[in-house]
Structures are given as structure tokens and as C-alpha cells.
Design a protein around this ligand. Structure first.
Ligand SMILES: [Zn+2]
Length: 536
């Protein structure tokens, strides 16, 4: 059976960019578009040329997109001007994109209230705008704003709006649930009716998430006949967001009721980059990733309860709807205070630590993990610290960086200056490392990093060490707060590792995480232990 093609239209850079607190720079936009192009979405809507300086500059910046059709957004022409003379249309045409996506009204109430023009005038504006772009050889996409509300209020008029663009040769008529209040059964009914007048192969869906149904509405629209689906990475969008392409794409690809009937321009290998794509956007926005996001969230395939874990180990299908690696995610067995021995065993196995399931040391590790979790540690995202801890308790980690003492001073005269000093005890010798920085952690880090050469024994191991990220969480409020610090490090192998430190004192928490990172590097490279020579 020949499969029908579904088209994916990404509007992260346009509708997503309208979200509160989101301000993409031109280079952010380039990065996001490159990612979407690599994945193979059919259309990338770059923004609205002429509407703001960033979008104008972005459309003037050359960019190689070979898999996606780059699309400029705009609005139908104004009343009283011909399309050729409308100053808002010319920048859209001059952006020279293959496709243009033009929004226009399709709800009579909006025509009356928001535009204040007659219904007939609005129809002419749609028609003339479509004619203008099609005459100029653009693939025309008409975004029918508030289509579902419009159809409910006046179906004949809503359809008339679509027909203006369709009769001029519009490739797509996209039905927008702009207020996001339409429910899946209504979307299904309305699209079935619309497809009696306009073929489904020309219909698209643009859903907002105000009833938490944007993804459902999009899938329902496809089942009812629409062949283009619009959405954004992580569902980014104003208010409650747009339809989340990070959920829609894998559903279309992996769920039989879609994959047997439809094909998308994304292959199996590219599907694996969805998790990275989702994290990339969070990183650009400097937002914490939503752990419980479907498919791509860090917890989407996490197993915590002891029973679940032992079942998943027998067969992952027991508690997983898909293989996490298909979308570039991974299974995560969480060590927690509820964890049974099976959790610990499974974690140990992950690090290649062979141990008999009856070994009493397993209980010792479990107890230690529980104690530490009680005091604020969480090994969920700190694999390297867990591996170090377990191996230490199993007696497999030599003593490495023995810290004799450290101190940090902050002084402010003209400038704020932070000095740090760390004294290591290596092979019985005191090694003093001093550094300055813009803050206490930076100063401590510099004190160690700039003096690696003094720690001769370990110098080679540290020469390629890099700190990638540093995150601080305050665990409870008030002056009794405990700080949890997570550090991400890497080296020339390109693999990163995560270490954790917890203390009521932020400097101590950071220092612990930092030392764990260095110790881990020494451990994974089998560095020689620190000899207990006579201390001077
Ligand atoms: Zn929208």
C-alpha cells in the first residue's frame, strides 16, 4: 500500500518566538534552523521579515537549508492598498523564501471586532494577497486564524475565507486553533466537513495547547484528513504553548496507526536526534528541561520503584511503550531511598562492577546512598559521583586528592576580588595552590587548575580536563538551606561526567563536587594512588 506523505511545519522561530521571556538572537535562530533542517522537517518558518530588526537581519543572513523549505511569515494585505503597494508585503516577498505563510482572519467576529472591516473586504484581502505571492512564484500557505472558532460561529464564512486562497492556487490552507480551546472530537468533525470542500492534501493543522490537547488535536486532524501539521520544539509558544513536535514526530513515526498509513520526511537515524534537539532549545533558552516530557524527557524512561526495576530488567516492555534509544533517549534506573537492592545491582552492572547479588557490601552501598539522599544528595543526575562512591565502598578507589585545607577570602575595595588557596597533601608533601577569580567557586577552580603542574604526579591526567557546566540548587528555604551543586566535566574523550556536592555551605558543596570530578578523572584513567608517606 502506498503511504501518504505528511508534512511537518516548524514554527519555533515565529510562533515560538512570541513566548514570554523568549528573545532569540540571529545566531540562535541559525542554530535552531540548522538542527531542524538536519532532522528533516519539511518547512521552517523563520519569522516575519520587516516586523522587527532581528527577523529582518535573520532573513538577510545566508543559511544553507537543503532539506527544509524556508518560509517567511506575514499577514494579509491591508484594506485600501493593493497588494503590490502594501509596505508590509514587500519585505516578505523580498526575503526570497521558497514559501510564504500568510495569516488572515476566518472568524467573522474577529473581522468585525479586531479588523473593523466588512466580511467581504476581508475576503478580498485574502484573495489579493494569495494572488500577489502566487504570481511572484511563492508557494503559498494560508494560515486561517481562529478557523475552528470561526467555523463554529459561521461555517459558510470560514470556508469562504479558505476558498479565496485555495481558488488562487494556495498550496496549503492551515486551520488554526488560535485560542486553543477546541477539543479533539470537534477538530475531527470540522476537518471532515471541511474536506468535503477542500481536499485533505491541502489542509494543515495549527493547534495551541490551552486545553492540553494540542498534540491530540493535531493527531486527530491528520486522522480526519489534514496532511500538514504545524508545531514547535518542546511545544514552545505563547500562553500554554503550541503543539509539541517532539511528541508528534515520534508518534507519527513509531505508532502503527500512523506509521502504516503515512510517511514523513524524517528517517530512523534522524529520529534519534530528537532528544538532543529538545535539549538544545532548553539550552538556548537557559531553561531547565522538563524531565517528564513525553519521549524526550529525562524521566520518560526512568524507573524508580523496586518492582518496576526488576520487571524492566526482565523485559523493558513491561514499563516502556517504546525503546528509548529510538528517539535518542535512554533508560534510567534511579537510585533512591525507595530503591531496593535490585536498583543498586543494576546501577553497578551499568558501570561494569561485578558483584555477587548476596554480597553484604551491596547493603552497605544502599545504606550509604540512603543516608546521603537524606542529607540532600541525589545521584539521579550524578553518575560519576555514584560510581566513585560505590567503588570507594567496595575498596576499589585509591586515595587521590587529599585536601589538607582550603580557604577563600572575598575583599572589596575598588573592585570585588576573590582569592582562594587549596593545600593538597600528595605523597606526604604539602602542595599549595593559589588562585583568584570573579567569585569563590571560580577562584577555587582557578587555584587548582592553574597549579596542576605543581601536582606533578597527576598533571598529565588533568591537562585535558574541562568544566562544562555548574548548577546550584537550594534545597530548602530559609537560612537552614542546603545547597546541592552539580558539575559537568569532560576531557578529550568527549564524554562528560557529572559530580555532586551537598552542604549547607555553598562553597563547601561546590568544592566537594569539584574534587569528585578530579578524583573521577583519576579513577577512570587508573591513576596511581596517593602514597601515605610521613607527613611533614
Ligand atoms: Zn499560533
Amino acid at each position: 500500500m502506498n503511504k501518504e506523505k505528511l508534512y511537518i511545519f516548524d514554527t519555533t522561530l515565529r510562533d515560538g518566538a512570541q513566548t514570554e521571556g523568549v528573545d532569540f538572537t540571529v545566531s540562535d535562530k541559525i542554530k535552531i534552523a540548522k538542527n531542524l533542517n538536519d532532522i528533516g522537517v519539511d518547512y521552517i518558518e523563520g519569522g516575519w521579515p520587516g516586523a522587527n530588526p532581528i527577523d529582518t537581519e535573520y532573513f538577510n543572513t545566508p543559511q544553507k537549508l537543503d532539506k527544509s523549505i524556508f518560509t517567511a511569515f506575514g499577514m494579509t494585505k491591508k484594506l485600501g492598498r493593493s497588494a503590490d503597494n502594501d509596505p508590509t508585503l514587500s519585505p516578505i516577498l523580498n526575503a526570497n523564501t521558497k514559501a510564504v505563510c500568510i495569516v488572515g482572519k476566518s472568524w467573522d467576529f474577529h473581522v468585525d471586532v479586531a479588523l473593523g472591516i466588512t466580511k467581504e473586504e476581508n475576503l478580498i484581502n485574502i484573495k489579493e494577497t494569495a494572488k500577489y505571492f502566487i504570481k511572484n512564484k511563492r508557494e503559498f500557505i494560508f494560515d486561517a486564524e481562529h478557523f475552528f472558532d470561526g467555523y463554529k460561529s459561521n461555517p459558510t464564512y470560514a470556508l469562504d475565507c479558505l476558498k479565496q486562497a485555495y481558488d488562487e492556487g494556495s498550496r496549503w490552507l492551515v486551520l488554526c486553533d488560535t485560542n486553543g480551546g477546541t477539543l479533539p472530537h470537534e477538530v475531527g468533525e470540522i476537518i471532515s466537513k471541511v474536506s468535503n470542500s477542500i481536499p485533505g492534501k491541502n489542509l494543515g493543522i495549527h493547534a495551541h495547547n490551552d486545553t492540553e490537547n494540542a498534540v491530540s488535536n493535531s493527531l486527530t486532524a491528520i486522522l480526519a484528513g489534514a496532511r500538514q501539521v504545524q508545531g514547535t520544539i518542546n511545544g514552545l509558544g505563547e500562553r500554554c504553548g503550541n503543539a509539541n513536535l517532539m511528541s508528534i514526530i515520534p508518534t507519527l513515526f513509531l505508532k502503527k496507526s500512523f506509521s502504516e498509513k503515512f510517511e514523513v520526511n524524517i528517517n530512523e537515524a534522524k529520529l534519534k536526534s530528537l532528544t538532543d534537539c529538545s535539549r538544545m532549545l532548553d539550552e538556548i533558552l537557559n531553561r531547565k528541561s522538563n524531565k517528564s516530557s513525553a519521549y524526550v524527557g529525562a524521566s520518560a524512561f526512568s524507573h524508580k520503584g523496586g518492582l518496576h526495576v526488576s520487571a524492566v530488567q526482565k523485559n523493558p516492555k513491561t514499563y516502556e511503550h517504546i525503546d528509548p534509544t529510538l528517539v535518542g533517549n535512554h533508560r534510567n534506573i534511579i537510585v533512591s531511598d525507595q530503591a531496593g537492592k535490585s536498583n543498586i545491582l543494576s546501577r553497578l552492572e551499568k558501570y561494569g562492577i561485578k558483584i555477587d547479588s548476596k554480597d553484604p557490601k551491596i547493603s552497605k552501598i544502599l545504606e550509604e546512598v540512603k543516608d546521603r539522599e537524606f542529607s540532600g544528595y541525589s545521584y539521579d543526575g550524578a553518575d560519576a559521583s555514584f560510581e566513585l562512591l560505590a567503588n570507594r565502598l567496595l575498596g576499589k578507589v585509591p586515595d587521590y586528592l587529599n585536601v589538607d585545607s582550603y580557604s577563600v577570602t572575598v575583599e572589596k575595595s575598588e573592585k570585588l576580588k576573590t582569592n582562594a588557596e587549596v593545600i593538597f597533601l600528595i605523597d606526604g608533601k604539602k602542595i599549595k595552590c593559589k588562585g583568584t577569580g570573579n567569585g569563590p567557586i571560580n577562584a577555587l577552580d582557578n587555584a587548582i587548575r592553574e597549579n596542576f603542574s605543581k601536582v606533578e604526579k597527576y598533571y598529565n591526567f588533568f591537562s585535558d580536563l574541562k568544566l562544562l557546566d555548574y548548577k546550584v540548587r537550594i534545597l530548602n528555604t530559609g537560612t537552614e538551606a542546603v545547597t546541592r551543586v552539580l558539575i559537568e566535566s569532560t576531557d578529550k574523550s568527549g564524554v562528560s561526567w557529572f559530580t555532586i556536592g551537598v552542604s549547607p555551605n555553598i562553597i563547601e558543596a561546590s568544592f566537594k563536587a569539584l574534587i569528585d570530578s578530579l578524583d573521577y578523572k583519576l579513577f577512570k584513567e587508573n591513576a596511581p594512588g596517593n602514597l601515605k608517606l610521613n607527613e611533614k
